[in-house]
Design a protein around this ligand. Structure first.
Ligand code: FE2
Length: 199
């Protein structure tokens, strides 16, 4: 059975990036063309292979794959998209992120989920309305998102951290802020943590 076209596009893009590491600039055009020939022999549908081959003839495609250009190049081709999402739906997504962050290290399992539960209890105690309660829970879900960028060799180390390791952990807030700041509607506090969200 043939996979749907969208699955093939995702699989081809994933394999393309994983195999050639375009961001590092560590690839040759000849190798890419060889890989493409293998794809054409059966890995992807003929139409997709044809489009990929056409793309490789365009010099700007190669230039756009570099780290310096990729963000801007994507902004130029990806249509702008806006969607109103209710807070409870956003919370469903942040709840998944919370579980992913908690699974990163056995030392902190249930940490974000536990904080979200405490935030909900606090909101109830202080008579917060439903929207404000959900905002607090979302903030708890995302408060340690930057942990995903800290290697487990540091998170799981059974001793005090070295100064270098400690710097890496401190850097987690900066990385977190960089990513969360891109999310329209999130307000970020000075320490890089999400505080509230516009409804
Ligand atoms: Fe935390």
């Amino acid at each position: 059975m043939t996979s749907p076209l969208i699955s093939q596009i995702i699989a081809a893009a994933d394999s393309f990036e994983n195999y050639f590491k375009f961001a590092d600039g560590d690839y040759s055009h000849e190798e890419v063309l060889k890989w493409l020939a293998i794809c054409e022999a059966g890995m992807v549908c003929p139409e997709l292979a044809k489009v990929l081959r056409q793309m490789t003839k365009d010099q700007s495609v190669w230039e756009n794959l570099s780290n310096d250009r990729i963000e801007q190049a994507l902004d130029e081709v990806v249509p702008s998209f806006e969607m109103e999402v209710p807070l409870d739906k956003i919370r469903q997504v942040t709840g998944v992120f919370s579980r992913i962050v908690d699974c990163k290290s056995s030392f902190t399992r249930r940490h974000s989920m536990g904080l979200a539960e405490k935030a909900a209890r606090m909101a109830e105690y202080y008579n917060k309305d439903e929207a404000e309660t959900t905002r607090l829970i979302i903030a708890a879900d995302l408060h340690d998102l930057g942990k995903l960028a800290v290697p487990n060799s540091i998170l799981d180390v059974p001793r005090a951290l070295t100064p270098e390791e400690f710097e890496t952990v401190k850097n987690m807030c900066t990385i977190q802020e960089l990513h969360l700041r891109r999310s329209e509607g999130l307000k970020i506090s000075q320490n890089g943590r999400p505080t509230t969200m516009k409804s």
